[in-house]
Write a protein that binds this ligand. Structure first.
Ligand SMILES: [Zn+2]
Length: 105
């Protein structure tokens, strides 16, 4: 079965600019606003589910993605997690570049 998605939220989230552009287009539509009100009433996925969604791009559930797309609360959480993950990755890369000083462990 083909996945007939209008947008790929994961691609959008890879860049802040792309996300803002996507968000701006979204909020201009009446349909989006109606869905947003509905989504924000909950229930919301847990932070663990959001983490899984972000870390396991390839294998996320459509229901989760659908909710995140329309929920301002969860999208903020997703953005926060993506930023933290990105910073962590930078730190890890920096550490990998720095030779270990002798005497550690
Ligand atoms: Zn939500």
């Amino acid at each position: 079965m083909m996945k007939g998605k209008k947008i790929d939220l994961k691609d959008v989230l890879k860049s802040d600019k792309g996300f803002l552009e996507w968000m701006r287009q979204k909020v201009q539509s009446e349909e989006y606003r109606a869905l947003k009100i509905k989504a924000e009433k909950g229930p919301h996925p847990t932070v663990e589910i959001l983490y899984d969604y972000i870390l396991d791009w390839a294998d996320s559930e459509d229901a989760v993605e659908d909710h995140i797309e329309h929920c301002g609360i969860c999208i903020e959480e997703v953005i926060r997690i993506v930023r933290v993950e990105r910073e962590l990755q930078d730190i890890l890369l920096e550490c990998a570049d720095t030779p270990l000083s002798s005497g550690s462990l």
